[in-house]
Ligand binder design. Sequence first.
Ligand code: AP5
Length: 244
Amino acid sequence: MESAIISEIPVKKSNIQLVGPVILLGAPGAGKGTQAKRISERYGIPQISTGDLLRENISRGTALGMEARSRMERGELVPDELVCKMVADRLAQQDCTRGFILDGFPRTVKQAEWLDKHLAGNHIFEREKGSNAPVVIQFAVEYNQLLQRLTGRRTCPTCGRIYNVHTQPPLTEGVCDIDASALVTRKDDRDDVILERLRTYELQTLPLVNYYRQRNRLREVDGGGAVDRITAETFKAIEDGDRL
Ligand code: AP5
């Protein structure tokens, strides 16, 4: 069981101008969303969570949301072409020109191939110098910790802040520290769906580790333990080398 690891260290803003694409890989519950928010704060680039975008579509009742809903509730992936189109639309927005964080995308080899082509062919992301290739960070976390994290997760429906009843509890039980909204449990954080999501991850997403390793883009970060230590290693992975 992980111990309580409430993060105390505020994120320091960076003055780096061009960050480029950052991809966060990892199993459900690996901490992609938690770390994405901290990366976004440090570098001033947007977090693009395909899970959040799909959930927004579901709550707005769009055609995409209707298509995605039952698959997400079963712990399966939404079809590649729908997700790629959604990501293309999001990347075309003005706030992505200095860089962006992809949280939960790509999730299949097809999505990764699509993304490589999209980044290569799209001048909006061209950097003044250096490579436009993404930095890919893989968070490795033990299976039992993933289960504990997912069953204990609570989210603020207003500001999106993520809590955990075991490891990152709010100051008042069930209430967001920031805006006092009542915290909610995600529909797909039910035991049976969690197991299916973890199976789906192993079958369809884990092959991406090799995909990016072979292209020499993978940075591996131990995603177990204190949030602040993981954040520090993540920032280092983003800033290392000749990419920035
Ligand atoms: P999505 O929303 O992306 O869910 P996921 O990948 O399953 O990831 P999670 O959000 O569950 O976990 P996380 O890694 O962000 O962890 P978090 O930071 O919240 O996708 C949902 C569904 O949408 C998919 O199943 C699929 O159907 C569909 N979908 C999405 N993208 C798709 C795509 N590209 N293609 C097709 N379909 C797609 O942390 C988890 C918990 O752990 C929290 O409670 C947190 O407080 C706690 N925690 C975090 N870090 C630590 C730490 N260091 N120590 C202890 N606790 C910690």
